[in-house]
Design a protein around this ligand. Structure first.
Ligand SMILES: Cc1ncc(COP(=O)(O)O)c(C=O)c1O
Length: 418
């Protein structure tokens, strides 16, 4: 029997480390089900960020102590994300304000290499941050955009349609590893294989996926991958992986005196160093879920196995409970046999309430959820729910407990009776 199947995940010792999770409203504990919009942070992240300022802040490259400490902070963050992504070297990791800004920067750089008549592929399952930058870059350079659809019944991508969309003019395939709206996880390997067969590059949005599953840029052989650390227990900073050859070859939009070498040439202006201190601490926290493994990457692998197993149990409990609530309609994968293909992120409607009303009613009870489109505009359009206010989104992460699953189910059940 593998360690994975023997392991019982207890979220309580981990919850203890998150000060925000201890809040109460009117004596009732707050229930954070807004992870897909941004997670809470453990104490070690707060301490690391404070620690950066307490030691003295400085810009990089100066001949004095605080500047050298800043250089060390940046190097530690780069190494942490290298480990998290399994990149070949820290030079393949670029930091930026957030995923959206990094993607706009990369899209402009890539578009310089495209010719009118070239093609790119985006998907309807994506957050708009992995669609609009490509639509705009395509418009600027006379490139045709092709769309990969998903099945509205279970919100899985139509991979069967991909071969027909690809051809020798395809320059890029951009897709999400997991939908921030309906939780579907994408099967990466066949998409990368087909894209590379025609010479297209692959750009992966890992923002929603990273707190829920193992990232491995080498195994996937993707050309780029980007995530945002605030979705996995860290600060508001984006982290982009690019194969070194691409980061080196492409022209970055940057100021003249800055480095021509990756990753510096992509990191425009001054970084948020206090955030980078928090980035290393966030990855360290994730690794702590993988004890007693010693090797940093092995820790991450073990941690993500445990998270995945526990979150699958959460999904099963939520889906089974939701099925007994009258008038509740769940979007995305609901087949209990296929739960490894989704994150515990659920979009739903409840008869008698708009998504906004439902979010308010739950918010009044200290249950924090989102309503609307959460920038997954294409998903909402395809499901035909954009005009009616989108969907309610309930998103769990590993620090949520089974009691919390039951609490939100009970709240929904009670609202359904009214
Ligand atoms: C799947 C996905 N992609 C991209 C983004 C945009 O990330 P950022 O806020 O870092 O620009 C989000 C944010 O919610 C997201 O969920």
């Amino acid at each position: 029997m593998s360690l994975t199947t023997q392991f019982f995940f207890n979220p309580y010792p981990f919850r203890e480390q998150f000060p925000a999770l201890h809040q109460k409203i009117d004596g009732r504990p707050v229930l954070f089900l807004d992870g897909p919009g941004g997670t809470q942070v453990p104490e070690r992240v707060i301490k690391a960020m404070n620690g950066y300022w307490l030691k003295g802040s400085s810009n990089q490259g100066g001949p004095f102590l605080t500047s050298q400490q800043t250089d060390e902070t940046v190097a530690a963050a780069r190494q942490a994300i290298q480990t998290l992504y399994n990149a070949r070297s820290p030079e393949e990791i670029v930091f930026g304000q957030n995923m959206t800004s990094l993607t706009f920067a990369l899209s402009r750089a890539l578009a310089r290499t495209w010719q009118p008549g070239d093609e790119i592929i985006v998907t309807r399952l994506d957050h708009d941050a992995n669609i609009s930058p490509w639509l705009m870059a395509a418009e600027d350079s006379g490139v045709t955009v092709r769309w990969l659809d998903f099945r509205p019944e279970d919100c899985t991508l139509r991979l069967d349609q991909l071969p027909d969309l690809l051809n020798e003019r395809t320059r890029l395939v951009a897709f999400t590893l997991a939908s921030n709206a309906v939780g579907t996880i994408t099967d990466v390997a066949p998409i990368v294989r087909l894209a590379h067969q025609v010479g297209a590059l692959v750009y992966l949005d890992a923002v929603h996926y990273t707190p829920h599953g193992l990232v491995d840029v080498q195994a996937w052989d993707c050309d780029f991958l980007v995530s945002s650390v605030y979705k996995y227990f860290g600060p508001h900073t984006g982290a982009l992986y690019g194969k070194y050859e691409h980061l080196d070859r492409l022209t970055a939009y940057k100021v003249r005196p800055s480095s021509n070498q990756p990753p510096g040439k992509w990191e425009t202006g001054t970084q948020s160093f206090e955030s980078l201190a928090g980035v290393a601490a966030a990855v360290d926290y994730l690794g702590s879920l993988g004890k007693p493994e010693k090797n940093p990457r092995q820790r991450i692998i073990r941690a993500m196995e445990r998270i995945k197993q526990y979150e699958t149990e959460i999904s099963e409990r939520f889906i089974k409970g939701a099925a007994s609530i009258p008038g509740l309609r769940l979007y995305g994968i609901t087949d209990i046999e296929c739960l490894e293909q989704r994150t515990p992120t659920f979009a739903l409607t409840l008869e008698g309430y708009t998504p906004a009303e439902l979010a308010v009613r739950l918010g009044e009870q200290g249950i924090f959820v989102w309503d609307g489109h959460y920038y997954a505009i294409a998903v909402m359009e395809r499901l035909g729910v954009l005009e009616q206010g989108g969907l309610l989104r309930i998103g769990f992460v590993h620090y949520n407990t089974m009691d919390e699953v039951d609490r939100v189910l009970t709240a929904l059940y009670t609202l359904a009776q009214k």
